[in-house]
Design a binder for this molecule. Structure first.
Ligand code: COA
Length: 181
């Protein structure tokens, strides 16, 4: 599986129209990327919301992702513009599982079908190129848009951790969606 993961990191994946997925290199972190990671509207349904994220932390993360044998992280590009990220993380070769996560940082590109399309492609890559058998995605119970993009990709509600997170002073459930091959 390591060979397949490393090969995928060298690939540019063309989606429909002008949408592409490709590896983000540590020296290519745009100002926009740093801004998204510190924009509460973008991060409020993620664990990212608690801490300020610096450019050097993103660079370190990308360097780690580049060399990781258990993670495949791509930048999502629209007509060459970096608009988001998507990742299959914790790839487990014994159980043939992985965790899917995604973020469209560029808010003016929300609701254009970008996450739906990127998730469809990452799911296909996971099942066909990496031979995964189950892909999971964690989501806050109040993140309606994220739940919608998972359901549009035929992910099912796999389990609920009741009152798992604090969100704006309320306890909310953590949901895990999943899709099997
Ligand atoms: C959630 C997110 C990935 C969606 O990306 P996107 O590219 O805008 O998604 P799409 O355009 O493919 O689809 C969004 C769907 O959610 C729906 N939607 C959007 N906002 C909604 C809301 N507040 N309530 C209900 N549905 C909503 C849209 O109508 C659309 O469904 P439709 O095609 O049936 O109309 C994006 O908003 C994002 O990255 N948010 C911040 C980070 C985040 O939450 N990441 C996920 C963590 S689990």
């Amino acid at each position: 599986m390591l060979k397949e993961i490393l090969a995928l990191k060298k690939t540019v994946v063309i989606l429909n129209g002008d949408l592409t997925l490709r590896i983000l290199l540590p020296d290519q972190v745009s100002n926009c990327y740093v801004e998204w990671m510190n924009d509460y509207e973008v991060t409020k349904y993620t664990e990212q919301r608690f801490e300020k994220t610096t450019r050097s932390e993103i660079e370190l993360l990308l360097a780690k992702m580049l060399n990781s044998s258990t993670d495949l992280m791509y930048g999502i590009f629209l007509s060459g513009e970096h608009v988001g990220t998507i990742k299959l993380g914790n790839i487990n070769k014994w159980h043939m599982t992985a965790d899917l996560s995604y973020l469209i940082g560029s808010k003016r590109h929300w609701r254009k079908g970008i996450a739906t399309t990127a998730i469809a492609e990452m799911t296909k890559i996971g099942f066909t190129k990496l031979s995964l058998e189950k892909i999971s995605a964690g989501v806050y119970a109040n993140n309606a848009a994220s739940i919608r993009v998972l359901e549009k990709n035929n992910y099912f509600l796999d389990c609920v951790k009741k009152s798992h997170f604090i969100f704006e002073n309320n306890r909310i459930d953590a949901l895990s969606y999943a899709r099997e091959k």
